[in-house]
Design a protein around this ligand. Structure first.
Ligand SMILES: [Zn+2]
Ligand SMILES: [Zn+2]
Length: 107
C-alpha cells in the first residue's frame, strides 16, 4: 500500500457540486476518481480492439494508416477493423483526448 497524501485542487464550483452528487450515487470517492484519472494520465492503457489484450500505449507503435495503436500482442490496429470499427476507434481516441484536454498525451 502506497502512502496517501492530501492534494488541493482548484476546480469550478459547479463541477465539484455535480461530481460529488454523482460520486455519492455511485458510491465512489472523488479522491478515487481523481486518482484513477491521474493513473491513466501517467500510464495510459487500452484494450486491443482485435484480441482484447490490455497494453500500455507508450510501449505501442502508432499505425500511420489508421492512427491507432498497434497491439504488441497480435499486431492488430484499426486497419483490421471494418469502416464502422475504425470510426469507433477514432472517436474513442478523441474522447480520451478530450477528457484530459490535451491533444498528444496518448502518444
Ligand atoms: Zn491484439
Ligand atoms: Zn492501422
Amino acid at each position: 500500500m502506497t502512502r496517501r497524501k492530501k492534494l488541493t485542487l482548484f476546480i469550478d464550483e459547479d463541477i465539484i457540486i455535480k461530481s460529488k452528487e454523482k460520486a455519492h450515487i455511485f458510491g465512489v470517492s472523488l479522491s478515487r476518481l481523481v486518482e484513477n484519472a491521474l493513473k491513466f494520465f501517467i500510464k495510459p492503457v487500452v484494450y486491443c480492439f482485435c484480441c482484447g489484450t490490455k497494453f500500455e500505449v507508450r510501449k505501442a507503435n502508432i499505425c500511420p494508416k489508421c492512427g491507432w495503436f498497434i497491439c504488441p500482442e497480435c499486431g492488430g490496429c484499426g486497419c483490421k477493423l471494418g469502416d464502422e470499427g475504425r470510426r469507433v476507434a477514432f472517436y474513442f481516441r478523441e474522447t480520451l483526448r478530450e477528457i484530459f484536454g490535451m491533444l498528444e498525451f496518448l502518444e
